[in-house]
Design a protein around this ligand. Structure first.
Ligand code: UDP
Ligand code: MG
Length: 315
């Protein structure tokens, strides 16, 4: 029995890119079917993440034209991670293997063959890792590097330079399904699922059409999400900071006491003002960080759905 593969592609306002992407992916899928590597029931699944343009119409047309295309439509925009999860969770009941990739063909489609090689060798999760970041701007490259290093220091297990281009088997997806958190950072969550994993290197291309749906603001929010949903070290850091600041104040107190005993007057204006501002700033920062986590807890306790599927072309 050959394995059924679903290629899962989240799309948000991708009307310019979709026709090109669909063509490239279909060619790849047909090739793999012809080689007998995947079953004829394998499909390409597009997830419309509440697009405002013609994305869903294009997906419907594609699925009318060829059996290999299918799609689901979310009831509104929920962001890349939720859209991806919606696709993976829907696909897992219909196939044996999923491969997730972006709609803009930045992930090299030809790496799919190597993904399947690794799967056939027994890996349940295969991470696509960029072999170079030449095509990215220097800014994106450097901030990304710094970010991965920070995550590492915070004790988060993450695959360096891996975005969300990866193969996951049905078993691995069942594992992922048991993580119920609302604050999603999939690339940090997937390593927690376990199983045998492998890495495939590929060169990341430039986006061919349309523009990035990740402006700086979204990127920053995503970066903070990654840290706060996977690590509690920042809170611990505040505790140590508090202890440190307290110790410093004790030392200062002793020092001033000694000076006072020696009968020398202290003109302490600068010291007082600096400490008020210093401590005040630290407190605000600390409350802010704690607030981030309380916000997370608040959202988790609500247990809101992570996505709502409005339409499913296979039902
Ligand atoms: N995307 C999505 N929902 C969003 C934003 C983006 O489904 O709210 C999809 C988008 O269509 C693309 C993928 O996520 O398939 C990655 O987005 P993009 O290529 O714009 O990000 P970048 O490569 O610039 O980081
Ligand atoms: Mg992109």
């Amino acid at each position: 029995m050959r394995n059924t593969l679903y290629i899962v592609v989240p799309c948000y306002n991708e009307e310019e890119m979709l026709p090109i992407t669909a063509k490239v992916l279909l060619k790849k899928l047909d090739e793999l079917k012809a080689q007998g590597r995947i079953s004829s029931k394998s499909k390409i699944m597009f997830i419309d993440d509440g697009s405002k343009d013609k994305t869903w119409e294009i997906i419907e047309k594609l699925s009318d034209a060829a059996d290999a295309f299918t799609g689901i439509k979310l009831s509104r925009n929920r962001g890349h991670q939720n859209a991806l999860l919606a696709g993976l969770m829907t696909a897992k009941d219909r196939c044996d293997i999923t491969i997730s990739m972006d709609a803009d063909l930045q992930d090299d489609v030809n790496a799919v063959d190597k993904f399947l090689d690794e799967y056939e060798k027994g890996a349940q999760i295969v991470y696509g890792v960029r072999s170079s970041r030449e095509k990215d701007t220097a800014f994106k490259r450097n901030t990304a590097r710094m970010y991965y290093k920070t995550l590492e220091h915070l004790g988060v297990e993450i695959t360096y330079d891996h975005a969300d281009y990866r193969l996951m088997s049905k078993e691995a997806l069942e594992g992922l399904a048991s993580f119920k958190e609302v604050n999603l950072f999939l690339r940090g969550l997937v390593p927690m699922v376990g199983y045998k994993t492998a890495i495939v290197k590929y060169v990341r291309n430039e986006r061919e059409a349309g523009e990035s749906k990740y402006p700086l603001k979204k990127m920053l929010a995503f970066a903070i999400e990654g840290i706060t949903s996977l690590s509690i070290k920042p809170i611990r850091f505040i505790t140590f900071l508090g202890i440190f600041v307290f110790l410093v104040s004790v030392i200062l107190l002793i020092r001033f006491f000694v000076i006072w005993c020696m009968g020398k007057a202290v003109a302490g204006w600068a010291t007082i003002v600096i400490s008020i501002w210093g401590i005040g700033g630290l407190q605000l920062l600390s409350i802010g960080i704690i607030g981030e986590y309380i916000g997370k807890i608040y959202l988790e306790t609500k247990q809101r759905p992570r996505y709502i599927i409005e339409k499913d072309l296979e039902l």
